[in-house]
Design a protein around this ligand. Structure first.
Ligand code: ADP
Ligand code: MG
Length: 631
């Protein structure tokens, strides 16, 4: 016993003290949220116990009435939050309270801005909820015992939040956790029943188990009666209640609890489904992308409940991956309570819940886009990149998702053009949706491939997110209009080009046949073909690939992420009208001709953001050319 009981004083992880100071500073104006955070933890602990008890009834220790109790002691200047949930072992206290749970602590510190209003949000996302208690307390004593362990396995943890904490083994008869806040001198306002009740009903009314406080007795009663515990919150699961009776504020507070977010969500979607697969779903689009959205295993997605019992977090089967930012609760009446992740993999009911939820989310986003452009823009900024994975992942909803996408275009740098708006603006006779992919917006905007489109006033979508290449390799058409990369294949402007232009081009090809052959011979294997371009109006040359080849941009992106993709062999297109090309055509000296052709080829590669195989050779040839001009 002596070994286990020994009292240790341990240092917080280096980052914890830093985070603590930040939390205190930036949340001070909102200090009452400490109570929400501690109640939120108590509620989680109750749900964990209920879940574990499904397979081990003994964990209840004869007391299955789960509840949270909040009390205060004006003389001792303490506020106490006690639960009879799962509790913690000594190891768990060390792991969860002495460390900041998320592995992202470092990332978190780096992302802080110093601007309190922004940092508040970040702090919430990183799950430092417990530490918010140090805003009002200069010492916290936490006593806990894990359900199922004997009374001698209690643990007392204590800290003044200044870099270290002590931990010792104590007796604790009652399972669960009791957090005692020793209030700072200025925080006496929390030593009042009405104040605490107010905060609870403001922030924690939706908590689905009773939150109890001792009744306040006045006058004679005070001496005669023993105060009783009374429930001060509503205590029913929010998602079970009638939509019409729920205030936005309540939806928002519930969101903050389940999503561990400090900021209100962008929108909520609440449904009750009857029939042979009965369930309730309360889903949220957060106001901001969670910091771990691009991690392999993002946390806190949609939680699964079965008949009000919490079953699991992050039930990835409930939402497709491209909607992984959706938070919320699904509560099924029909699944078995012992449902496991394995069962979820192949469950028809789950599949149909997922299909329906996906439709609902996409439908709500459509509505948002139609009715509230400003909010939709905010949504797009946060989640657009994830949504772009949708057409690849979710075939059934491809058209619907495509309608939600937004792009930059030759008409504006912001990602704000929908495909419908594009189609609306298409030129008379235009049949295709034109786009270009590039690494940066500047590279896209100034690409030679756009010249003829600019001249003719045809809009081109500018795609510069990495995911765009992937998206476009799966999205072939929208509303019966096919997509066409402006850097691929023979340029076909359909009806806009007109018969005359076509003929003029054929003529030009014929007229410059000799030139094309000489260039091809000079460049040899580095090009697949040399031909007269109809894309160019200002630049002398550009490179394109065949319709079904991988785009040069994609090959470069793959290279950057370490996948060596063979670069597709390009086709060199020549602007026969350009003075440089005419100059080339007039060059009689074979060696000089080849050098000039090589320079033109290299500059075409540079113009589209490519890398030269032999940059020094290019510079050398260019210098030679400049010298010959000077002479
Ligand atoms: P979060 O709730 O986002 O995980 P917190 O800082 O609020 O972050 O809590 C950290 C962890 O401490 C919790 O995940 C939980 O493991 C543990 N914890 C906190 N309060 C309790 C409690 N009342 N009962 C059991 N475990 C708790
Ligand atoms: Mg918490």
């Amino acid at each position: 016993m002596t070994v286990a009981a020994h009292k240790e004083t341990l240092s917080f992880q280096a980052e914890v003290s830093q985070v603590l100071n930040l939390v205190i500073r930036s949340l001070y104006s909102n200090k009452e949220i400490f109570l929400r955070e501690l109640i939120s933890n108590a509620s989680d602990a109750a749900e964990k116990l209920r879940f574990e008890a499904l397979t081990d009834d003994a964990l209840y220790e004869g007391d299955a009435l789960l509840r949270i109790r909040v009390s205060y002691d004006a003389d001792a200047r303490t506020v106490i939050i006690a639960d009879n949930g799962i509790g913690m072992s000594r190891q768990e206290v060390n792991d969860t309270i002495g460390t900041i749970a998320s592995s992202g602590t470092k990332k978190f510190l780096e992302s802080l801005t110093g601007d309190a209003s922004k940092d508040n949000v970040l702090i919430g996302q990183f799950g430092v909820g417990f530490y918010s208690a140090f805003i009002v307390a200069d010492k916290i004593t936490l006593t806990t015992r894990r359900a199922g362990l004997g009374a001698e396995h209690g643990v007392r943890w204590e800290s003044e939040g200044k870099g270290d904490y002590s931990i010792e083994t104590v007796e604790k008869a009652q399972r669960g956790t009791e957090v005692t806040l020793h209030l700072r001198e200025d925080e006496s306002e929390f030593l009042a029943g009405y104040r605490l009740r107010n905060i609870i009903s403001k922030f924690s009314d939706h908590i689905a188990l009773p939150i109890e406080m001792l009744e306040e007795l006045y006058g004679e009663d005070k001496d005669k009666k023993e105060p009783q515990w009374e429930q001060v919150n509503r205590g029913t699961a929010l998602w079970q209640r009638n939509k019409a009776e729920i205030e936005d504020e309540e939806y928002n507070e519930f969101y903050k609890h389940i999503a561990h977010d400090f900021e209100a969500p962008l929108l909520h979607i609440h449904n009750r489904v009857e029939g042979n697969n009965e369930y309730s779903a309360l889903l949220y689009v957060p106001g901001r992308a969670p910091y771990d959205m691009w991690d392999r295993d993002p946390k806190h997605g949609v939680k699964l409940y079965v008949r009000r019992v919490f079953i699991m977090d992050e039930a990835e089967k409930l939402m497709p991956h491209y909607l992984r930012f959706i938070k919320g609760v699904v509560d099924s009446d029909d699944l078995p309570l012992n449902v496991s992740r394995e069962i979820l993999q192949h469950n028809k009911k789950i599949d149909s819940i997922r299909t329906a939820n996906t439709k609902r989310v996409l439908g709500e986003l459509e509505k948002l886009a139609a009715n509230d452009a400003e909010k939709y823009t905010r949504f797009w900024k946060e989640f657009g990149k994830a949504l772009k994975e949708g057409p690849v992942e979710d075939h059934a909803n491809r058209e619907k998702i495509a309608g939600l996408l937004r792009f930059a275009s030759t008409q504006g740098d912001e990602q704000s053009v929908s495909l419908d708006a594009y189609i609306e603006r298409m030129k008379e006779g235009q049949e295709k949706i034109y786009y270009i992919t590039a690494e940066t917006l500047a590279a896209a905007k100034h690409s030679p491939h756009l010249e003829v489109f600019k001249k003719k006033g045809i809009e081109v979508l500018l795609m510069t997110d990495r995911v765009d290449e992937w998206l476009m390799s799966h999205l072939h058409d929208y509303k019966e209009k096919s997509f066409q990369s402006v850097a691929k294949g023979e340029l076909d402007l359909g009806q806009i080009g007109g018969e005359e232009e076509k003929q003029a081009q054929e003529k030009a090809a014929e007229a410059h046949k000799d030139l094309l052959k000489r260039v091809k011979d000079g460049l040899g294997d580095s090009v697949k073909e040399v031909r007269v371009s109809s894309r160019l109006t200002e630049s002398p040359v550009c490179l394109v690939v065949e319709e079904h080849d991988m785009s040069a941009n994609l090959a470069r992106v793959l290279k950057q992420i370490g996948q060596d993709a063979p670069l597709p062999k390009p086709i060199l297109e020549i602007n026969a009208e350009h003075p440089l090309v005419q100059r080339l055509e007039g060059e009689k000296d074979g060696t000089r001709f080849n050098e000039l052709a090589k320079i033109l080829f290299d500059q075409a590669l540079l113009a589209e953001g490519g890398q030269l195989d032999d940059p020094a050779g290019f510079v050398h040839r260019l210098n030679k050319l400049m010298l010959s001009m000077a002479g």
